[in-house]
Ligand binder design. Structure first.
Ligand SMILES: NC(=O)c1ccc[n+]([C@@H]2O[C@H](COP(=O)([O-])OP(=O)(O)OC[C@H]3O[C@@H](n4cnc5c(N)ncnc54)[C@H](OP(=O)(O)O)[C@@H]3O)[C@@H](O)[C@H]2O)c1
Length: 346
């Protein structure tokens, strides 16, 4: 039907009935475990995340960020520069990246530095090239924030043969993390390093609607875009938990891996939602969180001294909360890890 950067948009597989069952099962799971819990509702729609009282000075340190061109990522980028970091930003368009930096400088933020490198998460080749360039450019990586994402995309198979939400949100970030990890570990051992390095996976409350089925992990037999998004966000938390456990068992290595839900925030991420939902969402935007609130939660997860030494957790609105129950299943964590190592090979 359509082609974009080596991927193909195809008719969504599965009969209407099978799709309806899948949609309802996932939505009910999400509703019962997250949305209709009073505490979760309070966290999602009432409580505002508290920004760090003071951004720490991290001049001389390096952060790799995906998806800083707009939405929540743009606010995260701004705060990282305010902290003094050297930011390596991976984005699809170098031009868009350059314009974003110029817009941040134009409002008078002069601290930190930023280098924009090309990265298309729909292509594993692009991920490998990006990682190789990062490793050539910097001798330390103190922080990695896997933020870029897509939501509810039409059924699309990437040039690598995988469903696009699975690849963009999860698999490509899994590969990127694996490729940069040796440098992150080396950084954690540096004598000038006084805090642990962190890897932050930007997940979503949608994880509660997910359930990993290894028979259709990377290519769906029945495609429902909401369920595929939920699964990709659940994969990120399973990865977070498993990688953190591995790193904890490695002597002297101080790298913590955390997952975060930034909040329900109207952004371009929502563009695939039906028009009437967008109209309602825009009408009630005032009571939802803003991209700045979302960035505050991500920055809290990435930089807060309160989280020093803590990892493997899922954070929403600056609180550690239990994620989808499947995250506790070590067998699923391990199976996903092993399968991802295979799928991520070029
Ligand atoms: N907004 C919410 O309600 C919400 C809720 C829960 C979780 N989240 C998560 O928060 C993160 C940021 O969301 P957002 O609301 O800020 O979304 P957004 O405004 O749509 O921004 C998404 C970012 O991801 C980048 N991106 C998309 N596809 C990419 C690809 N193939 N390769 C490289 N970069 C790509 C975009 O870059 P381009 O400029 O190149 O498109 C953009 O910078 C996502 O992981 C999302 O799942 C958001």
């Amino acid at each position: 039907m359509g082609t974009q950067s080596g991927s193909r948009v195809l008719p969504a597989p599965g009969s209407g009935g099978a799709k309806l069952v899948k949609f309802l099962t996932s939505s009910v799971r999400l509703g019962l475990t997250a949305v209709w819990q009073p505490r979760a509702l309070y966290r999602e729609f009432y409580k505002k995340p508290e920004p760090l009282r003071e951004l720490p000075n991290r001049a001389g340190e390096v952060v790799v960020l995906t998806g800083g061109t707009r939405g929540i990522g743009l606010q995260v980028l701004t705060k990282l520069l305010q902290s003094g970091f050297h930011v390596i930003m991976g984005c699809r368009s170098l031009l868009a990246g350059g314009e974003v930096i110029a817009s941040i400088r134009a409002v008078g933020i002069t601290t930190g530095s930023c280098q924009v490198l090309e990265l298309d998460l729909k292509s594993l080749k692009s991920v490998y090239t990006f990682a190789a360039t990062v490793l050539q450019e910097v001798d330390r990586i103190d922080l990695l924030i896997n933020n870029a994402g897509v939501m509810f995309s039409p059924y699309e198979i990437t040039e690598n043969g995988y469903e696009s939400q699975f690849q963009v949100n999860y698999l490509s970030h899994f590969v990127l993390t694996s490729l940069l990890l040796p440098r992150v570990k080396e950084t954690s051992l540096r004598v000038d390093k006084h805090v642990a390095c962190r890897i932050v996976n930007v997940s979503s409350v949608a994880n509660y609607g997910g359930k990993i089925d290894f028979d259709e992990l990377e290519e769906c037999k029945v495609y429902v875009s909401t369920k595929a998004y939920a699964d990709s966000k659940l994969c990120q938390i399973l990865h977070t938990r498993y990688l953190d456990t591995i790193l904890r068992s490695e002597k002297h290595i101080k790298v913590n891996v955390l997952a975060v839900h930034p909040g329900t925030i109207v952004s371009e991420l929502w563009d695939n939602l039906p028009r009437f939902i967008l109209v309602i969402a825009n009408a009630v935007k005032g009571i939802l969180q803003t991209t700045e609130d979302g960035a505050n939660t991500i920055i809290y997860t990435a930089l807060s001294p309160k989280l020093e030494g803590i990892g493997g957790v899922y954070i929403a609105n600056c609180e550690i909360v239990p994620p989808n129950q499947q995250v506790e299943n070590v067998h699923v964590q391990q199976q996903l890890w092993e399968r991802s190592l295979e799928l991520g090979k070029l």
